[in-house]
Design a binder for this molecule. Sequence first.
Ligand SMILES: Cc1cc2nc3c(=O)[nH]c(=O)nc-3n(C[C@H](O)[C@H](O)[C@H](O)COP(=O)(O)O)c2cc1C
Length: 406
Amino acid sequence: MKTILEAPINIHNRKVHNRVVFQPMEGCDGTENGGIGELTRRRYLRFAEGGAGVIWFEATAVSPEGRANPRQLYINDETVESFQYLVTEIKQTALDTCGFEPLIIVQLTHSGRFSKPNGTPEPIVAYRNSLWEKDKENQPYVIATDDYCKTIPEKYAKASKLALQAGFDGIDIKCCHGYLFNEFLSAKARDGIYGGSLENRTRLYFECIDAVKESVGDSMIVTTRLNACDCFPYSYGYGVDENNNIDLSETKIIIENLEKKGIELIDITLGNPYLIPHINRPCINSPEDGNMGLKRIYDVTKELKNSFPNVKIVSSGLSFPGENAMEYAEKLINENVCDFAGFGRMTFAYPMFYREYLENGKLNKGKVCLKCSKCTELMRNGTVSGCPIRDSETYMPYYNKYVLKK
Ligand SMILES: Cc1cc2nc3c(=O)[nH]c(=O)nc-3n(C[C@H](O)[C@H](O)[C@H](O)COP(=O)(O)O)c2cc1C
């Protein structure tokens, strides 16, 4: 074994071949009804050859009104076959090229405040929030009523059954980046059974986890991508104290409860990619030095891993170190900050990065992610997302048309 990244690990009695996770990365390239599009297939077959132990499939909606854009994947009776076809292809491609099948986890989501099912904002919010709504006062905000919330666990249960049918190995109940369940974590001023106390603020999230577990039994890994903290100033968001310092006390109660529910794997992230993207994905041209962002993610993840040694933790934000990303990932695992190294933008730019690192002992400087976040720009400008620099033949035409010409 040349590197700690190659060390296999067990989750839920399943062998994962190595410590590399391809994080969920939305391509915004599904079909109108939420099925797999041509570019979706292309992305995942490139990922399949990359040798990662885990491919964490991107945000996939459980209901039409909760789609973040009209091309977001949406698993339903009509589209499940296209998912099944792709999952089979990913496994076969990985087997043929790398000699093993990766664990494939699908991230199920309701986009809440960031729902745009028809291309224009149709936010479904946990509560009104002047920080997030600044300059967007004219949007048609709909508060998710208690009655509406009660319908959501069933949607997750149904989507999970379909994901099982499609051949996924695990379900992620997404609770990060400002989407619906994450927003509920800060719904302190909301009345009723989903607001106020932490018990109420986690009710919907936990009910969905229970519903998913009941729906798929022991046949799938149930996991979650969780915001450790939102990093908004007090009293907005969660995970921050009155002096605007990160405060993980509520996060730890949440993880304690997740552990009691039998959750063995958690993907830790933070921040909000719409308002403070540099927190979640350290980048160049950002309000702070990207190394500060990297350090914040390191500190938060380490504190949580130390507090929950039996939970397997995935770390985020690992594309920023660029050509040194693999050495940085090894350091995190050696220092017991996390069990898995999660890569996002690097997978778009350089899907073969891990295999080339194993072969050559270093990454190719000319292929690594440049942390320019042009992939995010594509997404924000309403088109498909990928790397217009390193995968320019496919994505530069979109960048020219939707970003530069605009
Ligand atoms: C274009 C784009 C799409 C993303 N899509 C998702 C997603 O579907 N689900 C999610 O949890 N995070 C998503 N993320 C966040 C990434 O998974 C990752 O946490 C972030 O890019 C930071 O890691 P990195 O430095 O390795 O890129 C996305 C990020 C980008 C840039």
